[in-house]
Design a protein. Structure first.
Length: 175
């Protein structure tokens, strides 16, 4: 597994939600990231695993037919990143109603503001909203959320997309 942490990639949020004039596509294709996954796959001759597929495979295996509560930025919903993979796995999706609050949570995490006071209330409110929408499992669908997952209670199982990908890699490496 290769991790490429490049702070010079133009903002995906700005490009997707605000119509920014600088596309992160070329930089991300060089790094092989998931929204631009096909660009990355086309650029190399080895398989490039898709974090969304690995996450949903994990969910479908453990909770068949689940309603998946997506903890994510509004950009993920806008681009329909998970929608293209959900139906074939027999799952359905729910998103928090207050997408702006989730975006602020993610922005705070990126700024290093990860305390319960800074982000906990909005993060838990988004999870409670998904519980109210009858989600069976929560997915931390934006990688920034992994470091604040401990702020959520255990009303529902939580699947971290980063962990789902890492476990898949480890399992494949062990074979």
């Amino acid at each position: 597994m290769v991790v490429d942490n490049n702070p010079k990639v133009p903002s995906r949020i700005k490009a997707l939600l605000e119509g920014g004039d600088v596309s992160p596509g070329p930089a991300i294709a060089e790094m092989a990231a998931h929204y631009y996954w096909q660009d990355a796959q086309d650029a190399v001759s080895i398989p490039v695993w898709h974090i969304v597929e690995r996450t949903l495979d994990w969910v479908a295996a453990q909770w068949p037919g689940a309603r998946v509560g997506m903890l994510c930025s509004p950009a993920l919903r806008k681009i329909g990143l998970y929608e293209g993979f959900i139906e074939s796995r027999g799952l359905s999706l729910a998103y928090p109603q207050d997408e702006d609050a989730m975006l602020e949570v993610i922005r705070s995490v990126k700024k290093g503001q990860v305390s319960d006071d800074a982000v906990g209330g909005a993060f838990r409110q988004a999870a409670a909203d998904l519980v109210a929408q009858e989600a069976d499992v929560l997915v931390l669908a934006c990688t920034e959320l992994s470091i604040i997952s401990h702020l959520l209670d255990d009303r529902l199982p939580i699947v971290d997309s980063v962990e789902a990908l890492a476990v898949s890699v480890a399992q494949a490496a062990a074979q």
